[in-house]
Structure formats: structure tokens, C-alpha cells
Design a protein around this ligand. Structure first.
Ligand code: NAD
Ligand code: MG
Length: 364
């Protein structure tokens, strides 16, 4: 029996993780639950699971995330917190030698080097929950050789074929209407701007030790092919399935093994229908371009990108700025801030705070 703690248990990934655990009570014991502010749902979860540790960040403060992340009875920490707020818990869990099933991609975006070093020093391991990265990991299993190239797929979001002018004035409801995935509001907007896919390129760079030239993105509206992995002989492997986060979550818990599971809709290639692929329109989806370039620049640039994005997405969802302004705020914040080495938590936190202040000013 492996002990599991979930950070962000009331969100989309958190509740999907509980669905997975409900089917695998023989393998996993839920030992910890933490949530941001949804007291009602957390209380229901506590009543069902009777975990040893449970806490609400809005009551107990962010320290409770670290307590759950290092709980002695937890072997696996599912980090399903959204945003920069998840970083310290990722570091704490890795330092304590835990497996981190990482949905909180922001941890790797803002502090990829630090997260990797902390894992090595503490004996912890990072297993991605993000579906594209889970697909890559599954394709790599059993291969000693590094891949030559990764191609991550992007659904393209609700504005895949919109012209620039129409996109600039997209409404909140339109941005939240994702064609293939049901997720939390922040990542749904990130999928509409394609900032999410830039974060996934940075995530892949750190997880698989590949250069930015080796990680490509292609738009694939059906979200059936989750990633493509090319080896040195030109062979390309892929992982396919109808969109569901429960499979990558389960795989992150059991890797390198697989568990018997019937939770995911059986694949039917005929029903999946035609699979199509198209290039990313980088000149339209400027947040994607800015994010990848921030990743290439390195240092604290990805932390600036992330902070500006979090502020801009928050402002968009609050009705304070139009959709088209999100990428402009990101670009302006990146132009304002000079990247510095991201070699300590403090350096990353400082860059995050500065970029947030700058982005708040830009939004106002
Ligand atoms: P969500 O908004 O549905 O849930 C977020 C969870 O984090 C909630 O439990 C919330 O209470 C908690 N939370 C929010 N702010 C917090 C804070 N400051 N401190 C502590 N807890 C806080 O989001 P989600 O869609 O579940 O996404 C979670 C993470 O997983 C994000 O990083 C996202 O990019 C990533 N992810 C999600 C999906 C998906 O399908 N939803 C897929 C891939 C990756
Ligand atoms: Mg993804």
C-alpha cells in the first residue's frame, strides 16, 4: 500500500485523482488532502476518505501544503495546485524523497533547474501528470536511448481558427469553452492563448533533458494523439486515447508499472475518426511564442512569463482586460525585466514578485 497526499484536492485534477483512487483502494491509501478555499467540498472529501491530514489553505495558510507534501505516511504527492503557489510544495516533497505526481506544471516552468537539482539531492522523483508528458514518458519506457525529438500536440483551444481581430475581443465565456478538455479556469484560458503549450515545452525541456530545438508543437484538434516521440533511427512512437486525465494520473501513481483499470473509455479508432494536424499560428498566438522564447532565454525569464500570465489571466477572468491584452501584458513584462540566474528559491520568488507588480501596473 502506498500513501498518497493530494494538494489541490477540490480542483479538476484533484477530484479526478480521487476518482482514480476510489477504483484502487487495494494499492493506495489516501493520507492527506489540502485545498485552497472550497471548505464545503473538502469537508465532503474528509468525510468520505478519513485522511490523517487535511487542511484548507485559506484557514491554515500556505504552510499546510508543505506539511502535507512532507507527511511521513505519504509516498506519493499529487501536486494539483494551480500556479506559482504550488512551487514550494514540489520542492519540499522532492527534498523529502517523495514521488511527486506533478500536475502543477508551473513548478517546472518557474524553477525547472532548481526542481531537478532538489530531486537529485533529496532522492525524490518527478512523474508528470500532464497528458502530453505522460504520453512521452510512456513512449520512452523500455528505451535506454534518449529521443531525438518530441512533438507535443495542442488542441488549439476554442480560437484555433479565429482571426487576430476577433480573438482580441473574445469573451470570458468563449475562452472558457474548451473544445476537448474540462479543466480549471486558469489552464482553460492558458489553452485558449496557447500559453499552456509554451509552459509544456519548458516542462518537457526539464523533464526529458532536451534542448528547445528538440521540442516541437503541432496543433491536433481531436486531442487523440497526446504526443509523438522520435528516436535516433527516425522511428516515431505515440500514445493515443480519448481525452481523459484519469489515465495519466493513474500512470503517474503506478509508473513504471501499469494497473488494471477500466475507468477510461475504451479506444475506438473508427469513432475517433479523422485525425488532423496543423502548424501553430505563432504570429496570432503570441503568448505561445513569448513563452517558448522565455524558456530559451532561461534564468528567471520563465518565472517572469508565468507571473505576468497569472496576473493577466486573473485580470481577464475578472473582466478587467480584454482577451487580446493577455499576450501584450506578458510581452511587456518580459521586456521590462532583465533575466537573472534562477539558482535559488529566493531568486525565483523575487523575480515572481517583481513581475507580478509590473504586470499589475500594466493591467491597470
Ligand atoms: P483547478 O482550478 O480546478 O484546481 C486547483 C486546485 O488548487 C483547487 O483544489 C484549489 O483549491 C487549489 N488552489 C488554488 N489556489 C491555491 C493556492 N494559492 N494554494 C493552495 N491551493 C490552491 O485547477 P486544475 O485544472 O485542477 O489544474 C491544477 C494544475 O494541474 C494546474 O497547474 C494545471 O495547469 C495542471 N493541469 C491540469 C489539467 C486538467 O485537465 N485540469 C491537465 C494538465 C495539467
Ligand atoms: Mg497538457
Amino acid at each position: 500500500m502506498r500513501g498518497v497526499a493530494i494538494l489541490g484536492s477540490t480542483g479538476s485534477i484533484g477530484t479526478s485523482t480521487l476518482n482514480v483512487l476510489r477504483r484502487h483502494r487495494d494499492r493506495f491509501r489516501l493520507v492527506g488532502l489540502t485545498a485552497g478555499s472550497n471548505a464545503t467540498l473538502l469537508a465532503e472529501q474528509i468525510a468520505e476518505w478519513q485522511p490523517r491530514f487535511a487542511s484548507l489553505v485559506s484557514d491554515a495558510g500556505p504552510g499546510c501544503l508543505l506539511e502535507a507534501a512532507t507527511h511521513p505516511d505519504a509516498d506519493i504527492i499529487v501536486n494539483a495546485v494551480v500556479g506559482f503557489a504550488g512551487l514550494e510544495a514540489t520542492l519540499a516533497a522532492l527534498k523529502a524523497g517523495k514521488r511527486v505526481a506533478l500536475a502543477n506544471k508551473e513548478s517546472l516552468v518557474v524553477a525547472g533547474e532548481l526542481v531537478r537539482q532538489t530531486a537529485t539531492a533529496g532522492g525524490g522523483e518527478i512523474i508528470p501528470v500532464d497528458s502530453e508528458h505522460s504520453a512521452v514518458l510512456q513512449c520512452l519506457s523500455g528505451h535506454a536511448q534518449r529521443p531525438r525529438r518530441l512533438i507535443l500536440t495542442a488542441s488549439g483551444g476554442p480560437f484555433r481558427d479565429w482571426e487576430h481581430e476577433r480573438l482580441a475581443g473574445a469573451t470570458i465565456a468563449e475562452a472558457l469553452n474548451h473544445p476537448t478538455w474540462r479543466m480549471g479556469s486558469k489552464i482553460t484560458v492558458d489553452s485558449a492563448t496557447l500559453a499552456n503549450k509554451a509552459m509544456e515545452v519548458i516542462e518537457a525541456h526539464h523533464l526529458f533533458g532536451l534542448s528547445f530545438d528538440q521540442v516541437e508543437v503541432v496543433v491536433h484538434p481531436q486531442s487523440i494523439v497526446h504526443a509523438l516521440v522520435e528516436f535516433s533511427d527516425g522511428s516515431v512512437l505515440s500514445q493515443l486515447g480519448f481525452p481523459s486525465m484519469e489515465l495519466p494520473i493513474l500512470y503517474a501513481l503506478t509508473h513504471p508499472e501499469r494497473a488494471d483499470d477500466a475507468g477510461v473509455q475504451p479506444f475506438d479508432p473508427v469513432r475517433a475518426g479523422t485525425l488532423s494536424f496543423e502548424p501553430v499560428r505563432r504570429e496570432v498566438f503570441r503568448a505561445f511564442h513569448a513563452g517558448v522564447e522565455a524558456g530559451r532565454a532561461g534564468g528567471t525569464a520563465p518565472a517572469v512569463f508565468n507571473a505576468a500570465n497569472e496576473v493577466a489571466v486573473g485580470a481577464f477572468l475578472a473582466g478587467r482586460i480584454p482577451f487580446g491584452r493577455i499576450s501584450e501584458v506578458i510581452e511587456a513584462a518580459l521586456a521590462d525585466q532583465t533575466p537573472e540566474p534562477a539558482d535559488s528559491l529566493r531568486a525565483v520568488q523575487t523575480a515572481d514578485r517583481r513581475a507580478r507588480n509590473d504586470a499589475e501596473r500594466l493591467v491597470a
